[in-house]
Structure formats: structure tokens, C-alpha cells
Design a protein around this ligand. Structure first.
Ligand SMILES: Cc1ncc(COP(=O)(O)O)c(C=O)c1O
Length: 395
């Protein structure tokens, strides 16, 4: 018998597979399960993006080769233009941009660049489950900053300063939030920016969803548009969601001059470069039509209505805060249960509905579940028909 503890690093041994993927794996074993567990949009990659790549593979002998670690110069040029359009901040494609294999790889690279063993990173609680694992795997310590469920999963800027210690390296923000779907108001984000500057904390913005907001009165504000913060802010964008490119593995990172060459060392050691066919796809996404983004937003807004209507019929099972963006809702379990994990497992085994246990997103997530409504209407309806059949419904 092999003694695994002799071989496996302590860091890895104490980490867990993300509960999102664990539930997805379990769900795949249950025939006909209606899965709301994974934030995997139902949309196909738009045609003009696929066509650009198939043409390049056909005609460009370099299309299957490595690129330089920072990514194709023409893509970095387009990223600089896009970033300036979106934020008003001009960045240098050579000194400030790194093309990544998606935000997961980008965040991991950044944590490995910034963290010494025992360094602390502040995360909203609940927050994206994989950030917790990535920080631990890089030897860091996640520090949970509770969101205010009673006021719509808002940030509490006053709660931040007491969490900052001599070991605090960074604060990670995701808006609209995964898992709650809340959009953090501009004034709160600006206040956080001030605190980060006063206290010397790096700001890391992980942005998959800022273009997926559904209410005119809750627009998404990008802190990367604050010029005063540019020396201590890293902005990470992923093509996965708004361009339906989750399998292509592509994103980009905008970082200050002092950081780019350091991040590049880790990125190169990790994977050399993002896959070149995906970088070609990214060029088509940035240079071509953006009509699909409006289409996706319209479809997702309708799915938000649907899931909220369905949740309204089971108030004895779930209480929820109406999400404003992304494509998640994070209801509290009010039906009798022990904890969110046992509830999620029972729901899958007995009802064939897959949700993600809220405990995966931090201590404040316990007694909640995350539901992703990026799936087809039929999946949402089947899931809730089964929940109603099990728990009953109010009409
Ligand atoms: C906050 C957040 N970061 C990163 C990711 C993954 O992004 P990527 O596909 O670019 O690795 C997700 C996907 O659900 C996410 O919600």
C-alpha cells in the first residue's frame, strides 16, 4: 500500500476538487438529471469566430504553432483598443497585456506571482469557489469578507479595513458576483479603491460577467477605469462567457508595468502561451460583430425571469435575492435540511436535480445553494417541476 502522504504535497492534499465540478461529475452519473450546477452557457461559439479559426487552420501554416508567451501582438493591440473603449484607460500592448488561457489560469498565475507562504488574500464571502482553492494552492490564506444578504448581497466597505493585516496582499472582486448575481454599486467600489490605496492592497478584478447585467438601475462599474488605481490593479477578462468560448480557454490580463514581466515568468513556466487557435478566435471576437453579446443578454434576462418565477412558487423550500447580473441565483434553503452539501446530494439522488452546495463559496454560503440559469429553459423547467413534485408548490 502506497503512503500517499509521503509523496503528495501538503498543500495539494488539503485542497479539494471544486464542489461545482464534483457535483457535475456526480450529475453525469445520474441519467436524465436536470443540472443547474455548472456555469456553462448553452450557447454555441458564434459563427464568425469559428470561421476565422477554420480559415486560419486551412491557410496559415503558423496557426498551429506556439506564440510568444505574452500572446500574439495583433491580439494584444486589439485588447488595448477594447480596454480603452471600455474603461477610457490607455494601456501599452507590450508592457501591460498578457494573453492567458482564461481567467482561471490568469488568476492562478497571479496568485503564484504575488504570494509568499502565509500571505493573505481577501475574498467576498460568498465568493467564487475556485479562488479559495487557488490561493491555498499558492500557499496563501483566503480571508472571507461577508456580503450583506439582508441588503441584497451588498458589499460592506466598513467591514473591510479590520480584515487588512500586515500579511494582506490583495483583494479579489467579481462583479456581477458569482455566486450571488449581485452587482456592486459604483460608490462602494470607489470606496474600496480608496481603502486599497491607503492600505497598500493590490486589487484583482476577475471579470467574466460585467456585460451580463439586466437592470438599467444597477449598471456594472469597472474599477479599472480609475486612473489613480492603475499601479495597483490587475484586471482579468475572459472570453468564456460573453463570447461563448468556455472550451477555447482564452482570456487576457491588464497589469501595471512593474508586474507584467514577473507574471510572464510564471505564465511561461506554466504553459508557454495560450493556445494559438484560441488567440485567433479572440481576434475575431474583438474585431468582429458583437451582436451575439446582446442576444445572449436578452436570452439570459428571460431565463432570469423564468427561474425567479419558478422560485416564487416554492417559498417553503427557497428564499432568494433577485440577481441583477451574471447567471446565478443563490437561494437560502428554508426547507428542513442539515447542511447545503447533504441537501444538494439528496436533491440529486432523490429528485434528479443538480445544484451546487453553497458551502463551497465560503462560510456565508452554508445553508444556500447556487443555481446557474445559463442552461436551456427546458432544463430550468424540468428541475423545478421535480422540486415541486417533491416539496409541493404554492399557486
Ligand atoms: C468568477 C469567475 N472566474 C473565472 C471563471 C472561469 O473563467 P475561465 O473560463 O476564463 O477560466 C468563472 C467561471 O465560472 C468565474 O465565474
Amino acid at each position: 500500500m502506497v503512503d500517499a502522504s509521503r509523496w503528495i504535497s501538503g498543500n495539494v492534499a488539503q485542497a479539494q476538487l471544486s464542489a461545482i465540478k464534483e457535483m457535475a461529475v456526480r450529475s453525469a452519473r445520474v441519467p436524465g438529471a436536470a443540472s443547474l450546477t455548472w456555469g456553462l452557457p448553452s450557447f454555441a461559439t458564434p459563427e464568425h469566430i469559428r470561421r476565422a479559426v477554420s480559415e486560419a487552420l486551412e491557410n496559415d501554416p503558423d496557426a498551429g504553432k506556439y506564440t510568444l508567451p505574452a500572446g500574439l501582438p495583433a491580439l494584444r493591440e486589439l485588447v488595448a483598443q477594447r480596454h480603452e473603449q471600455a474603461t477610457g484607460i490607455s494601456v501599452d500592448p507590450e508592457r501591460n497585456i498578457l494573453i492567458t488561457a482564461g481567467n482561471m489560469q490568469g488568476m492562478n498565475t497571479l496568485f503564484h506571482t504575488l504570494l509568499e507562504a502565509g500571505d493573505e488574500v481577501i475574498l467576498t464571502d460568498p465568493g467564487f469557489a475556485s479562488h479559495i482553492q487557488q490561493i491555498r494552492l499558492a500557499g496563501g490564506v483566503p480571508v472571507h469578507w461577508p456580503l450583506q444578504e439582508n441588503s441584497g448581497w451588498r458589499l460592506d466597505p466598513q467591514g473591510l479595513p479590520p480584515l487588512i493585516s500586515a500579511r494582506t496582499k490583495a483583494l479579489v472582486l467579481v462583479t456581477p458576483s458569482n455566486p450571488t448575481g449581485s452587482v456592486f454599486p459604483r460608490e462602494h467600489l470607489l470606496r474600496l479603491g480608496e481603502i486599497a490605496r491607503e492600505r497598500g492592497v493590490m486589487l484583482i478584478l476577475d471579470d467574466p460577467y460585467s456585460e451580463l447585467v439586466y437592470d438599467a438601475d444597477a449598471p456594472c462599474f469597472n474599477l479599472a477605469s480609475e486612473a489613480a488605481l492603475r499601479e495597483q490593479l490587475a484586471y482579468l477578462f475572459t472570453f468564456s462567457k460573453i463570447h461563448a468560448m468556455s472550451g477555447w480557454r482564452l482570456g487576457y490580463m491588464i497589469v501595471p508595468d512593474w508586474l507584467q514581466q514577473q507574471v510572464l515568468k510564471v505564465h511561461d513556466a506554466d504553459l508557454i502561451c495560450a493556445p494559438r487557435p484560441s488567440q485567433i478566435a479572440g481576434m475575431a471576437a474583438l474585431a468582429g460583430s458583437r451582436a451575439h453579446v446582446d442576444d445572449f443578454r436578452r436570452v439570459l434576462a428571460a431565463r432570469r425571469e423564468l427561474i425567479c418565477q419558478r422560485l416564487d412558487r416554492v417559498p417553503h423550500v427557497f428564499e432568494y435575492v433577485r440577481p441583477q447580473g451574471a447567471y446565478y441565483v443563490f437561494p437560502k434553503i428554508v426547507a428542513e435540511h442539515e447542511n447545503s452539501m447533504s441537501f444538494a446530494l439528496e436533491l440529486l439522488e432523490e429528485t434528479r436535480v443538480t445544484v451546487t452546495p453553497g458551502s463551497a463559496f465560503g462560510p456565508s454560503g452554508e445553508h444556500h445553494v447556487r443555481m446557474a440559469y445559463c442552461v436551456d429553459d427546458a432544463v430550468i423547467n424540468t428541475a423545478f417541476d421535480r422540486i415541486e413534485a417533491r416539496f409541493g408548490a404554492v399557486r
